[in-house]
Design a protein around this ligand. Structure first.
Ligand code: CNA
Length: 270
């Protein structure tokens, strides 16, 4: 793996990679204490049996939530980003932006840790929304953060207080069955401009983000940094699979570029 890491580091050092497009998933935040969905034993889907759902995804499916929001709030406390600290990987993304090398970041995560680490908002699309605000599912009124936090801590469904509406409150995250943000299609074009793509901490099992790596032009390196293989990464000659935990691989990559101290400093500041 060291020679692969060095090869990618060289692309960055010698100016071959200046428009880096990144796709991230839950695996970049497990180190911050937020479990992913699909890792065996530690992932959320392995812990849902007591909720007696028709299938694990139901807890995040809009049709199910619309009549049975209780299971979502039963697990919400463990999912809520709260005051978590960004990981070293989030800091690495912020460092890419600081070096003007981050062309665009698509995150499937809803924890907002990319921005907390310092990635500028204009370089980032929360493809599945962001758990930093919430609205009534029925009348769409905004719901206050303090009441939402209280409900999450208690594991109870918060209900809308507007004029006797009483609808369930839903965080502004994209549930299965809901459309992605309108900007997604337009931002997809950024992938065509990539001269390097990093795919980090994702099983690539959720469409349409799963198709983004396939849009990368032939000849452009696609780098998978993940605990396991994902999607079609590894099928092209120019692909590089760096299997391991994101923080470990990123620390080694940053070291090979010559950014070790700068990365640690940026991480400590976040
Ligand atoms: P997933 O399907 O659970 O896959 C996670 C992937 O990351 C798996 O391949 C794991 O092997 C891998 N992984 C886990 N930990 C690490 C680690 N430390 N280092 C390297 N690899 C690791 O999650 P996806 O993101 O692919 O699926 C998309 C879903 C997950 C989106 O809808 C997200 O909103 C949703 N999600 C988000 C969060 C969050 O915001 N932090 C947490 C859990 C799920």
């Amino acid at each position: 793996m060291e020679s692969d890491i060095q090869a990618i580091a060289n692309c960055i050092k010698n100016g071959k990679a200046t428009r880096i497009v990144v796709l991230t998933g839950a695996g970049i935040s497990t180190g911050a204490g937020i479990p992913d969905f699909r890792s065996p034993d530690t992932g959320l889907y392995d812990k849902l049996a007591p909720l007696r759902l028709p299938h694990p995804e139901a807890v995040f499916h809009i049709n199910y939530f619309s009549h049975t929001p209780e299971p979502f709030y039963a697990i919400a406390r463990a999912r809520h980003p709260g005051n978590l600290k960004p990981t070293l990987t989030h800091a690495f993304l912020a460092l890419l932006a600081k070096k003007n090398l981050l062309h665009f970041l698509f995150t499937q995560n809803i924890d907002g840790l990319e921005q907390d680490a310092g990635v500028p908002k204009e370089k980032l699309l929360y493809t599945h929304g962001n758990w930093k605000s919430q609205h009534c599912y029925k009348c769409k009124s905004h719901y206050p953060d303090d009441l939402m936090n209280k409900a999450i801590r208690a594991g109870e469904v918060p209900y809308c207080l507007e004029n006797g509406c009483g609808g369930a409150i839903k965080p502004d995250i994209v549930f299965f069955g809901q459309p992605l943000p309108a900007e997604f299609e337009e931002k997809e074009k950024e992938v065509l401009e990539a001269d390097l793509m990093l795919v980090m901490g994702t099983s690539l099992r959720v469409a349409p983000c799963s198709r983004l790596p396939r849009l990368v032009n032939r000849g452009v390196p696609r780098v998978l940094i993940n605990n396991e293989r994902a999607g079609d990464l590894g099928n092209r000659d120019e692909d590089v699979c760096l299997l391991g935990t994101c923080d470990d691989v990123v620390r080694r990559l940053a070291g090979a570029v010559g950014w070790a101290d700068e990365l640690e400093d940026l991480w400590q500041e976040s």
